[in-house]
Design a protein around this ligand. Structure first.
Ligand code: 3UK
Length: 534
């Protein structure tokens, strides 16, 4: 038996069988982690131990916490969890809040107590929360008082969830008043590097969401691969952005990565375009994380960001259309850093920094990872050929008790479900999700390429391209288009857009059908819900 600090062995008992796990690579010297590792030590405790406790750590409207302030809160919450709420190491703790400082403090409390954080998207309803609680056997919950309603509904039907505390609550039963009764010291549990500390649920466009399992070493691996090699943040950086902390894109970009270099983060509950532009000025943010559509929505307001504090802009979650990359550069002077990540792999594994960015390409494999385009037989595809993206590195897919493990991991490789090609320089070019490839009259057409062409038309605000069933061609290319304010739909405009696409990319890819819409269906993580368009 290998060492584990977990008294509750649920996560260890529900790991996928060894034979179905991906191969893990730890070649980089910074990936040789000690056997005992709690990620709260390098990310938080160590800063205070080494004299950086007074540096700014987290800001939010009306809040400015130093590293020592965050540690003090996390320790008090850990004491509440263990002494008042009966938590033992290995228990799962549901976290539910918009991005705010208390959510971050709770996350670290869970790490320090050797428990497992199950952060949930703020918009989840009781029905979805119930699935999460049942799947992860959640026993404890820390929830923002303003999001109590749906959790209470779920709790009624979830016998395993026994202990709930609400925060951002001034009442006598609130987490804050319980915290006040406890010490500011807590002995961080000495977890194993391969003790699970995060269960991250996938957004699940089809079927029930899957719970991906991440160890303390996975959290630290995500901090030592992409950030220092591609983002290259410094201790004076001020991070900001929109992805929820319940989404590993947000957890990394807005909490783990800033703390891994002793920098600071600004946590915002509202991420509308004007809120973000204003907040960048107020807090002098230097690094921005958001999704491609959000960059496109901010662009009309982004003029003031030119020559401002902002120096790096990270795009992930969806393919970055070349049109959006160009628009952002023309507006702000900043070349975006695109990166593909996945909940299964924790964070970004293919990316390019601003100096190496190429329009239309996501980038090259991040140091620590290897990536390969495979043909349908699982053999490496030729240069330029479109196939299935497969990756390996220090992190990888472990679904908690789920048959779909065998679909994501094959021969040790993680298959992300994306259709990619690789060019002769090792740059990976995104085409579409493998399930979304449109097959029209025998041609394979990738929706995102058609979207990029449409987005370059001055009257198009947003668009989504899918395959629509067609008797003659099997499928036809169908575009849903949101027009810029002040533009009216018309048959002439349909023709104009079709001609525009034919002049931009191979004519057979043009949308034979165009439907005008006022908005497009998107997930909380900014992804277009193509299945709903279909
Ligand atoms: C798609 C991209 C093209 C791709 C994520 C950064 O998105 C994240 O995780 P999810 O599990 O989705 C994974 C899937 O999303 N995708 C993400 N980024 C890109 N496609 N270009 C991109 N830059 O289909 C991938 O398989 O929600 C992103 C960090 C952490 C994450 N969890």
């Amino acid at each position: 038996m290998t060492y584990s600090a977990h008294i509750d062995s649920f996560t260890r008992d529900n790991l996928p069988p060894e034979s179905q796990q991906p191969e893990f690579l730890f070649e980089l010297p910074e990936l040789k982690f000690p056997e005992r590792l709690n990620c709260a030590v390098p990310l938080l405790d160590q800063h205070i131990a080494e004299g950086r406790g007074e540096r700014v750590c987290i800001q939010a409207p009306g809040v400015r916490w130093s590293y020592a302030d965050l540690q003090e809160r996390a320790n008090r919450i850990a004491n509440v969890l263990v002494k008042d709420m009966g938590l033992v190491a290995g228990n799962r703790v549901l976290l539910r809040a918009p991005n705010n400082p208390m959510m971050a403090a709770c996350w670290f409390a869970v790490m320090k107590a050797g428990a497992v954080a199950v952060a949930t998207m703020p918009l989840l309803r009781a029905k979805e929360l119930k699935h999460v609680i049942a799947k992860a056997k959640v026993s404890h919950a820390l929830c923002d008082l303003r999001l109590a309603e749906e959790l209470k509904l779920a709790a009624v039907e979830s016998p395993e969830l026994k202990h709930i505390r609400y925060f951002n609550d001034s009442g006598v039963d609130g987490l804050e008043s319980a915290m006040a009764k406890h010490a500011t010291a807590f002995d961080t549990v000495d977890t194993a590097r391969d003790d699970t500390c995060v269960l991250a649920f996938t957004s699940g466009t089809t079927g029930q969401p899957k719970a991906t399992m991440h160890f303390h070493r996975d959290v630290m691996a995500s901090c030592v691969c992409w950030p220092p090699h591609v983002l290259r943040p410094v201790a004076d950086d001020i991070f900001m952005g929109t992805p929820p902390l319940a989404f590993t894109f947000g957890l990394g970009g807005l909490l783990l990565f800033p703390l891994s270099v002793g920098a600071s983060t600004v946590l915002l509950e509202q991420g509308a375009p004007q809120d973000l532009v204003d907040a960048i000025a107020t807090y002098k943010a230097t690094i921005l994380f958001t999704a491609p559509t959000s960059y496109r929505a901010i662009a009309p307001l982004a003029g003031p960001l030119r020559n401002s504090s902002l120096r790096k802009c990270v795009s992930a979650g969806e393919a970055l259309p070349g049109a959006t990359r160009d628009l952002w550069r023309e507006t702000t002077g900043i070349e975006m850093i695109d990166g593909i990540g996945a909940t299964e792999l924790m964070h970004i594994f293919i990316s390019a920094d601003e100096a190496h960015a190429r329009s239309g390409a996501t980038g090259t494999a991040v140091p620590g990872y290897v990536a390969c385009v495979m043909d349908d037989a699982g053999k490496p595809a030729a240069v330029g050929e479109v196939g299935n993206l497969a990756v390996k590195g220090p992190t990888g897919c472990r679904y908690l008790a789920d048959e779909r493990q065998a679909k994501y991991v094959k021969d040790g490789w993680n298959y992300t479900g994306d259709a990619y090609s690789m060019d002769a320089d090792g740059y990976f070019i995104y085409h579409s999700r493998t399930d979304d490839m449109i097959i029209s009259a025998g041609y394979n057409i990738a929706g995102p390429e058609v979207e990029d062409a449409l987005l370059r038309h001055p009257k198009v605000a947003e668009c989504g391209v899918v395959g629509a069933a067609d008797d003659e061609r099997g499928q036809i290319v169908k575009a849903f288009v949101v027009l810029k304010p002040g533009t009216q739909p018309s048959p002439e405009l349909t023709k104009e857009l079709q001609d525009f696409v034919k002049q931009t990319i191979a004519p057979y890819k043009y949308p034979r059908s165009i439907e005008f819409a006022s908005t497009l269906p998107r997930t909380e993580t900014g992804k277009l819900q193509r299945f709903r368009l279909r």
